[in-house]
Every structure is written in C-alpha cells, then in structure tokens.
Design a protein around this ligand. Structure first.
Ligand SMILES: Nc1ncnc2c1ncn2[C@@H]1O[C@H](COP(=O)(O)OP(=O)(O)OP(=O)(O)O)[C@@H](O)[C@H]1O
Length: 325
C-alpha cells in the first residue's frame, strides 16, 4: 500500500438505471500530483466521493491509505469538496482551527497553525473577520487552508481552482507544488488544462464515466503527431506535398512571409520534414517543434463541446498571468 495511497479497482457507480462511473481502475503513487480531468458530468466528483467513502460504489474495490474506508483514516486526509462552505458567523482563523481540531490537532496547536497559515497566505488582516464578510475568493482560500492545516499526507481537491482569480490561481499552484515537495500526495480535479499541464506528474482523463487516458503528459503526447510552426515566403501548397505532412494551417498572413502550423503524421520525423523542405528549395525563417498541448489531447479524448469553456478559462488565465507579471 505505502507506495500507492489510493487504489481503485473496477469501480462502477450506478444511480438507478444510469451508470455514472464505469469499471474504473487506477492508482495514485505516493508523493505525486495526480490530475483528474474530464468534462462536466464525466464522473469526477462521484469518483472522488467514492474515494472518501461519502458515496458507496455499486461494484469494485477501493483502498485509501491502506484502509477499505477513508473514514477510518480521515485524519490523514485533507478534502476540499466541490461545494464550498464555511460557517458564516465563524471567524476565518477560528474556521481553520476548528477543522484542524476535528482532524486531531490540540486547540492550542490548531489556533497557532491557523494564524501561521493566514499570515503565510497574506490573509492575516482577515483572521478575525467573519466568513460572511470575506469575498468569495478569500473564503475559498480560507477553506483551502482549513483543508491543509492538519498537515494531511493525502490531499483530495475537487475543482480547487474554480472561483479564484488568476493571481490566486497561481498562489494555489504554488501551494500544491509545495505540498508535493513536502512529500504529500495530491489528487485534484480541474477543467483548466493549463494547471494540469504545469502541475501533474500523471493524470487521468475521464468522459462519460469511463477512463480515456491515464499517464504522463509525454506519454499522452507520444500518441499524437508533432506540430511545427514555420515562417516562409512559400505558399501552403508547397508544404502540403511534402512527405509526412498531414495538414497545413495558415496562422498569420504577413504579406511577404506567412506563419504556418504544420501537423505531421504519427511517427513522422520533424528533421525529415526540414530536410525535405530545404531540398524542395523552400526557405524557412522560423522552424519550431511543438508537441500537442494537453488541451488538444483533452478535446480529442473527451470530446469537443465539453472543453470549449475550458479554452475560454485558459485564455482568461493566460491574460491574467500576463497582467500579473
Ligand atoms: N446522487 C445522484 N443521483 C443521480 N445521478 C447523479 C448523482 N450524482 C451524480 N449523478 C450523475 O452522475 C454523473 C456524474 O456526475 P459528477 O458530479 O460525478 O460529474 P463531474 O465530472 O464531477 O462533473 P462537474 O465537472 O460538472 O462537476 C452526472 O450525469 C450526474 O448527473
């Protein structure tokens, strides 16, 4: 068990005639950040709840921290549920201390930890504010701090980035990476591929309750052909006839020179493309190789319409990150 704190074997969850999760098998290794990716209604929350023994599977076996019920090891787990909520009348520091105490810290240690965390995350001025007076993002940060205050070895975070502005999303990315650096295991679900791309050691893509992919980003990329970004005075047709070229897309028509995105067939070698282009007398003033992005892979595996909002979120995030620099 010790090297795989979470193991799911052939898990199925039915609600009446509807199957929300179908025969799902995966395990999460100790110390890794594991991304749980899927469109709306894919079965992410249901699966996370089954891990926590909030929802019982219809079939299959789950083992969490060596136990067949997360309830008996709950002090070693930090869980951020999808539906957020703090007691409105409680103060921020009090809320964090309250959850830490529920998970085994003494009153004194819980209070000390709450103030230390609030200070570390720049919320010390709000320690004595009632939760109802906090902005939505601040309240979410407080809830996150309440999730990690008892220093759990396993963190299960359901859509932790939703509701946070770009700056706080970056703070959360750092928090998650720091938790891993301290040896913790983290599972989080998200729709925003950029977070998963930057953070996850491995990820699982789920759609319609079924596993579509599990592995690392490079393993996922290896399944897809290479993409090239080139700049040239040559027309698109000159590239289309080269061996290994599957598609040519005009990215920018710059008058004299244009930018193209070229998709190569699986297994085609970009260096071969370069040699063929030169042999054909094509002059390239730019040549860059790029693997498929996680967004491309997600769209391909989990379906088009599902990821459209994610794309908007990614763009919003990218804009925010630029503004923050
Ligand atoms: N208690 C329930 N009774 C009946 N159906 C349910 C129940 N809980 C979830 N479902 C259904 O199971 C499917 C999976 O839901 P789930 O909440 O796990 O998806 P999700 O991947 O977390 O989606 P989202 O990103 O929208 O939160 C959905 O079709 C949902 O309607």
């Amino acid at each position: 068990m010790t090297d795989h704190p979470v193991q799911l074997e052939n898990i199925t969850k039915r609600y009446g005639a509807f199957t929300a999760v179908k025969d799902l098998t995966f395990s999460v290794a100790k110390g890794e950040i594991y991304g749980f990716l899927g469109p709306n209604g894919a079965g992410k929350t249901t699966t996370l709840r089954m891990m926590l023994d909030i929802v019982r599977p219809s079939e299959g076996r789950i083992c969490v921290l060596g136990s067949n019920s997360a309830i008996s090891v709950r002090r070693r787990i930090g869980y951020l549920p999808e539906e957020r909520g703090l007691y409105r009348k409680m103060k921020a520091a009090q809320s964090i201390a309250y959850f830490a105490q529920l998970r085994g810290l003494s009153g004194r240690d819980a209070k000390k930890k709450a103030y230390a965390l609030l200070e570390e995350f720049g919320l010390e001025d709000f320690a004595r504010s009632k939760n109802e007076a906090l902005s939505k993002g601040m309240a979410q940060k407080v809830q996150l701090l309440a999730t990690i205050a008892h220093e759990p070895e396993l963190l299960i975070l359901d859509e932790p980035f939703s509701g946070l502005d770009p700056i706080n999303q970056q703070t959360l990315e750092k928090l998650i990476a720091d938790q891993r650096a301290s040896g913790r295991t983290i599972i989080f679900s998200t729709h925003v591929m950029q977070h998963a791309e930057r953070l996850c050691d491995r990820f699982l893509i789920i759609a319609e309750g079924e596993k579509r992919f599990e592995g690392t980003l490079s393993e996922a990329r290896a399944r897809y052909g290479q993409r090239l970004h080139v700049r040239s005075t040559a027309p698109a047709a000159a590239f289309e006839v080269l061996p290994g070229v599957e598609a040519v897309r005009l990215e920018r028509n710059g008058g004299e020179e244009s930018d193209y995105r070229i998709e190569l067939a699986d297994g085609a070698d970009p260096q071969d493309f370069l040699r063929q282009a030169v042999a054909a007398g094509i002059v390239l003033t730019r040549f860059e190789q790029a693997g498929a992005t996680l967004h491309d892979i997600f769209v391909d595996l989990a379906g088009d319409e599902a990821s459209a909002p994610a794309h908007d979120q990614e763009r919003a995030f990218a804009r925010g990150a630029e503004a923050a620099e």
